[in-house]
Design a protein around this ligand. Structure first.
Ligand code: COA
Length: 422
């Protein structure tokens, strides 16, 4: 099947009166307050540490405190991305997640209230496994292209849970990335072009009655790589761009070794593979650094890799084209790209993010295992949580089945009896 050519490709000169150069303006980050080092897990599971560090490419995983969840993460990330913004210009806030906290109500409504967003700003939620943030981004780009005075905030927020002693356990994690989309982006002009591959299959899913995922890990790797190849081929058909046109690549990273697999797959089979030589140290590794420290963040994984690339690549990337691949199990793959904007470093929060990732206290195994089971409300739908988070917002519990979120006005109790740090 042939695809119609795109009328607006990334980086092409825009005729007068055409769409504005839409893209990513700001990237905000939130991680859980605590982390579990892979060394603790490897001792407990009697698995060689090298398997985690090298075989999977993971050093640590973020662990949610009992008063943290995808909403508190989303609110913290959104607050950073919106700092200095005129909130009246916000068209909508979209939560992309596969760890939803309600079957009906959009989680972004809680974020809307916590941040005091105007009632003119719409709030909704979007799902398609790990690629819903890219779908939300594409919708946001179109909205902003048609309403250039407006901005859209996409917040990708997730917690990856597989369970104890499962092959997926060392790839767990949590985190949120808020992506502010504008018509004059300070970070990356992406345009609207993308290549997709969609097919129904069962590699990873979470039925409503389960709180951990069901996954056929090896199969999911195979179908991820197939989706990448197909999506890139479509992207080439649409834009004419080949592998030589990309300075860097960022991938969906359920574990960072997946990025190595994806990179080498592209450089073996992508259009123009014969013209380029693999250079993973420069083209791939800077985009894996943060993900090694957070674990899998599902929908936030690709935007986190992009953030990691922009904040850690020692080269000035101004004018460079980055290739981005998003994969959501079930399944859908999307390839798109963006051109890094002049002055991008001034629009990043690099120092803050490095400090945030470095200063999270490490948990011992017993606390990690105790916190894994989330407390349930009583028969009246009531629940109270202790103040533990070091973030700006907390899940205070439930009142009559209603979730209660609040700003943290008191200093967090980082060494309470509930937390054993090592
Ligand atoms: N030192 C170094 N590397 C080691 C090692 C050691 N001592 N022991 C094993 N490894 C390597 C293996 O060779 C393998 O590398 P390869 O993939 O390059 O061949 C890697 O570690 C994984 O080990 P393996 O035993 O093959 O797989 P596993 O049973 O641990 O499962 C996943 C790995 C990723 C399938 C599993 O973690 C999972 O299901 N994760 C969740 C699903 C997911 O993330 N899917 C991805 C697509 S969305």
């Amino acid at each position: 099947m042939s695809l119609p050519p795109s009328s607006f490709t990334v980086g092409s000169p825009l005729p007068v009166g055409s769409l504005p150069p839409v893209g990513i303006d700001r990237l905000g980050l939130a991680t859980p307050s605590y982390r579990l080092p892979m060394s603790v897990l490897s001792d407990a599971r009697q698995t060689p540490l090298r398997k985690y560090l090298v075989g999977l490419g993971q050093e640590q995983m973020g662990v949610l405190a009992p008063d943290e969840d995808i909403i508190t993460l989303a609110a913290n990330a959104a607050r950073e991305a919106l700092s200095g913004e005129n909130l009246d210009n916000l068209h909508s806030i979209v939560l992309a997640t596969e760890s939803g906290i309600d079957q009906s109500k959009a989680g972004s409504l809680f974020v809307h209230r916590l941040l005091g967003l105007p009632s003119t700003c719409m709030a909704y939620e979007l799902k398609q496994a790990c690629c819903s943030s890219t779908v939300a981004l594409q919708n946001a780009l179109q909205t902003v292209a048609l309403n250039p005075s407006k901005k859209v905030l996409v917040v990708a927020s997730d917690v990856a849970r597989y369970g104890f002693q499962t092959p997926g356990e060392p790839t767990q994690g949590a985190g949120a990335v808020a992506i502010l989309v504008s018509a004059h982006p300070r970070l990356l002009v992406t345009g609207l072009a993308s290549g997709q591959h969609t097919e129904e299959l069962s590699d990873f899913w979470r039925p409503n009655y389960m709180d951990t995922a069901v996954v056929d890990g090896k199969y999911s790797i195979r179908v991820y790589l197939r989706a990448l190849e197909e999506a890139f081929a479509r992207y080439h058909q649409t834009t004419g761009l080949a592998l030589r046109d990309f300075a860097r690549f960022c991938f969906h990273l359920p574990f960072t070794k997946m990025g190595d697999k994806a990179y080498h797959q592209l450089l073996r089979h992508g259009v123009g593979a014969e013209e380029v030589e693999a250079a993973p140290e420069t083209q791939l590794v800077p985009g894996q650094l943060y993900n090694r420290l957070t674990g899998n963040t599902y929908t936030a994984s690709l935007p986190l890799s992009l953030m990691s690339m922009l904040e850690n690549d020692p080269t000035d990337l101004t004018g460079s084209r980055l290739g981005l691949f998003s994969y959501g199990s079930g399944s859908m793959g999307i390839f798109f790209s963006g051109i890094v904007q002049d002055g991008y470093r001034d629009a990043l929060f690099a120092e803050t993010h490095r400090k945030q990732l470095k200063t999270r206290p490490a948990l011992d195994l017993a606390t990690y295992e105790r916190w894994f089971d989330r407390a349930k409300p009583n028969e009246n739908g009531d629940l109270t949580t202790e103040l533990i988070t070091t973030g700006s917002f907390r899940f205070a519990g439930m009142e009559g089945h209603r979730r209660v979120y609040e700003p943290t006005s008191k200093p967090a109790v980082t060494n309470s009896s509930a937390v054993a740090v090592i």
